[in-house]
Design a protein around this ligand. Structure first.
Ligand code: FEO
Ligand code: CA
Ligand code: CA
Ligand code: CA
Length: 598
């Protein structure tokens, strides 16, 4: 076999076998450690974590729950800032005896509000290895918690519009909190973009909104037939604004891409309306050949769309005040994929069509430019606030849950992760979403016209159709399938300096834990998928992030021990401390200091 021998991408590690261990398992020759876990002190005045004596006041100063997106801003060779999203809370694992939000003590609801959002923490390198650790002593001037109660401003064309006004905020320009921040991105000027994903779950009273608003709520996954959806955290018991029967527009103030300056802990984060409102997974920036800023974005829902934003003005290196306005004016596009094989050859099994590839061409359809709508019957404000309904009207392609999108720093190709779609049926398979009941997901490679991210046409193909390689409905870019690791439900991706794709998974449907995989994209090793690590039982793998020096790889271990019926008195995971499961960011490095993947 080829295992152990470096291929074209320079990868040489022996893959980790699928397993169900309650442990972080890394490839032979590598070590790992926890960098920061739920409850660890973030601000200097934070108390130590005490599982059985949690308070909202402490949680607002400690690392939040369910770490997702991870990014890094160097402060020097051995110090840096880590930004981490806190996507959601799982009260059944956080509190003993929890039943539901209606019965919960109000203090627990306040803890949940404080456990959402994000963290900035300073980290430092420990010695010469690739190990990084939390700075816990001395002045931590950048450390900061953002929660569901932090003040945000709203900017861009929809800011100040009627759809964003509430009784508490007649200006439509100020909102408290961000919710369900899943993945994200960074800007060339050194800020974080963090994305509100499944924010629909935090509201009650959707049955009580004005009739004309109901179709907009339904399209975004809110039930308008019940007052209190089952499983609600009942944030309305702490803050009335979460009751839409009383404050119907509050919901429109969530679902945005948020920009945060990690270097200024006093700065007010900004929700950028020009990038549209949906279940934002991630926001990846790049530059068009003429210098305009481009942002790729997925809407993670079954049959939702892929979007990109192209700024009107150009990026000017070093001119921060100008650059920060780029995200407020531009064109929002949605993708349409057209296959080049006869529809009859896409049989839903995953079998390749006779031309040997799921591939074709595509177009970016404009929805809105600044305050000018391109969608008949909708104003620009409506397109930005009700973006899914705008995309429905223009014939965009309904995808299998678009998650992360990233652009290769080596080739410029853009990779779109489609995690899975149990509802994809024979009647609606297409060449870009070719499998019925797509259980394991796939990845699309986009090559923009002229390799220019600012253009509006592209070519595309599918290099990876995930699953058990023994399943004939899988495809690993033509690589020998007896030599690859099984992979299921890709979610977040990143690249190493060689341009290899690193893929983290969420929801492995092959009866094994989730993990992190590497896949070369060039040369004879293209498609040679190998599992680099597995996360503990019940967890998904988020991040991932490879340090600029290529010596460390960070992943977020999200929701360890999250299985139905697990409680603090009956935990299904005791990772990482042997007590209660605690979502954590971990780092892995080669014992001899070699590059990640060696
Ligand atoms: Fe929060 Fe789409 O994963
Ligand atoms: Ca084809
Ligand atoms: Ca995700
Ligand atoms: Ca996911």
């Amino acid at each position: 076999g080829k295992h152990g021998k470096p291929g074209k991408g320079g990868l040489a590690f022996t893959p980790v076998a699928p397993n169900t261990q309650d442990a972080l398992v890394v490839a032979d020759g590598y070590e790992s450690s926890v960098v920061v876990r739920w409850g660890d002190p973030v601000t200097e005045d934070a108390p130590a974590f005490d599982f059985d004596n949690q308070t909202a006041e402490a949680q607002a100063r400690q690392f939040g729950y369910n770490c997702d997106y991870v990014t890094f801003f160097p402060l020097g060779p051995n110090r840096g800032l880590l930004w981490v999203n806190h996507e959601y809370t799982n009260e059944a694992l956080m509190f003993r005896g929890y039943t539901d939000g209606g019965a919960a003590p109000v203090e627990q609801i306040k803890i949940a509000l404080a456990a959402h959002g994000g963290s900035v923490v300073e980290i430092r390198k420990n010695g010469s290895s690739g190990r990084w650790e939390l700075v816990t002593k001395g002045r931590r001037r950048y450390n900061r918690r953002i929660t569901a109660q932090t003040r945000f401003t709203i900017s861009g064309p929809a800011a100040g519009g009627d759809l964003l006004k509430t009784a508490a905020d007649p200006s439509g320009r100020t909102v408290y909190g961000m919710l369900n921040n899943c993945s994200g991105g960074t800007t060339p000027w050194g800020t974080v973009l963090t994305c509100e994903e499944n924010w629909n779950q935090y509201f009650v009273g959707a049955n009580g909104v004005p009739e004309e608003q109901k179709p907009y709520l339904t399209r975004y996954g809110l039930s308008t037939t019940s007052a209190i959806p089952s499983g609600s955290r009942r944030f309305d018991r702490v803050e009335e604004r979460f009751d839409l029967a009383k404050h119907p527009h509050e919901v429109n103030r969530f679902g945005w891409v948020v920009e945060i300056d990690p270097f200024d802990p006093t700065s007010t984060p900004v929700k950028r309306t020009a990038l549209g409102r949906f279940a934002h997974e991630a926001a990846t920036t790049t530059l068009a050949k003429d210098g305009r800023l481009v942002v790729y974005m997925g809407d993670d829902g079954r049959f939702e769309y892929l979007y990109k934003f192209v700024s009107t003005k150009r990026y000017i290196h070093g001119f921060d005040r100008h650059n920060r306005s780029l995200l407020d004016e531009g064109t929002l596009y949605v993708a349409k994929f057209t296959g080049d094989s006869p529809a009859a050859e896409i049989d839903g099994s995953g079998k390749l069509p006779s031309d040997g590839a799921f591939d074709g061409s595509g177009t970016w359809i404009p929805l809105v430019t600044g305050s000018k709508s391109h969608v008949p019957g909708m104003t620009a404000e409506e397109v930005l606030v009700h973006t899914r309904l705008a995309a429905d009207k223009v014939g965009a392609t309904k995808m299998d849950r678009p998650e992360d999108v990233e652009r290769s720093p080596v080739t410029g190709a853009v990779y779109v992760v489609l995690t899975n779609n149990s509802n994809r049926a024979a009647a609606n398979v297409d060449e870009a979403n070719p499998r019925i009941g797509n259980k394991h997901g796939h990845i699309i490679e986009i090559v923009e016209a002229g390799d220019d991210a600012g253009r509006t046409t592209f070519a595309w193909s599918i290099p990876l159709v995930c699953g058990d390689p023994k399943d004939p409905g899988t495809y690993f870019a033509g690589f020998d399938k007896t030599q690859v690791s099984p992979i299921s439900c890709p979610d977040n991706i990143t690249f190493d300096a060689e341009g290899n794709l690193w893929i983290s998974t969420d929801g492995n449907a092959l009866a094994a834990n989730d993990g992190l995989f590497a896949m070369p994209l060039r040369g004879s090793d293209r498609g040679h998928v190998r599992q680099f690590l597995t996360v503990p039982f019940g967890a998904e793998t988020c991040g991932p992030l490879i340090s600029p020096d290529q010596r460390s790889v960070f992943v977020a271990v999200q929701h360890p021990g999250e299985i139905n019926g697990a409680t603090p008195d009956n935990p299904s995971s005791r990772w990482p401390d042997g007590t209660q499961p605690r979502p954590s960011v971990v780092v892995s490095w080669h014992k001899q200091g070699k590059k990640i993947g060696s």
